[in-house]
Design a protein around this ligand. Sequence first.
Ligand code: ARG
Length: 398
Amino acid sequence: MAEKLVLAYSGGLDTSVAVRWLHEKYGYDVIAVTIDVGNEKDFTFIKDKAIKVGALTSLVIDAREEFVNDYIFPALKANALYEEHYPLATALARPLIAKILVDVARAEGAQAIAHGCTGKGNDQVRFDVGINSLAPDLKIVAPAREWGMTREELIQYAGKYGIPLPITSKSPYSIDENLWGKSTECGVLEDPWNEPPEDAYVWAKSVKDTPEEAEYVEIGFEKGLPVSVNGNKMDGISLIKFLNELGGNHGVGRIDMVENRLVGIKSRETYEAPAATVLLAAHQSLETLTLSKIQYRFKQKVSHELSNLIYEGLWFTAHREDLCAYINSTQRFVTGDVRLKLHKGNCTVVGRKSPYSLYSHGLATYAEGDQFDQSAAVGFIKLWGLPAKIQGQIQKEK
Ligand code: ARG
């Protein structure tokens, strides 16, 4: 009997050819698994296509809820951004996909897992490291990293085995998308000096097409998690989808950056992440009210470390769990509401409130009712600045 292999199947040309190639080259019976992380594809079509191109079994798994609760929300609590800009949409989905592939492999008694990543990107690292951490005994095959076929050769291969070519004309970009955002690379974007053309953006409108009037939105948080929009309770998936639409309509969430990949390459990417942009701004703003100065400061360092770990494919590590445990603990009073203004590509926090706010009007005000004891500042400054003063006296350089 042939060995079984679980393939992460997208329905595109590469993974369709992979189904056949894995059988021809290694004799595997392929179990195609397509995972819905909010990428809005035609999953029925993809499920059927996998069988048409030669898979033994074809599964579609809706992982959106798990994605939101166990991957996106922990990252939001941390205000996670890679290199200050990228909200990590793809990087967060990869470990979840790896985990599901492993679960299916176990359930189906498969010996191997395959994915469609090339050898140049971050995703191969995230998949391979994730799978290795969860199931070190499973073999990993990455056909596109191995076969060395050009696109023309792929099309030829597809023709030879009756694999249907995608009907939509190939986009000039390489795209990945899920609930937390969309990434776009290749084509004219490969020159970091080129302004991204309008067709590189799909989720977030160009400001020339956005409403003239600003729109306000109010997000309610409980213990660091967004639970309502404009006073209406919403589950995580609906809330993120709603904010992607709303933010996108105002042109919010376009990101253009050059980032440092894991494999040593710098790459120019654009992202669209309207919901992430709105939620990260709102969440962080609520923390300015509810965390103390030292909590806020230390949490930034933890967040920085966690963001790097997520990007670098180290989700299934004890270190990541420890960092998330700290972040979680910081969220116990991050409850309240944030008001934001969306207008012409900008998302601005204009108000925040919390029953646990540490903000004291009596201490802050310059007007009537000031409770701050200004005379106490003198002694404080004397001691606070003492080391600096002494160093200045003794080690002053000309
Ligand atoms: N550069 C981003 C990351 O590394 C996005 C990668 C998108 N992946 C893709 N196969 N197009 O997370």
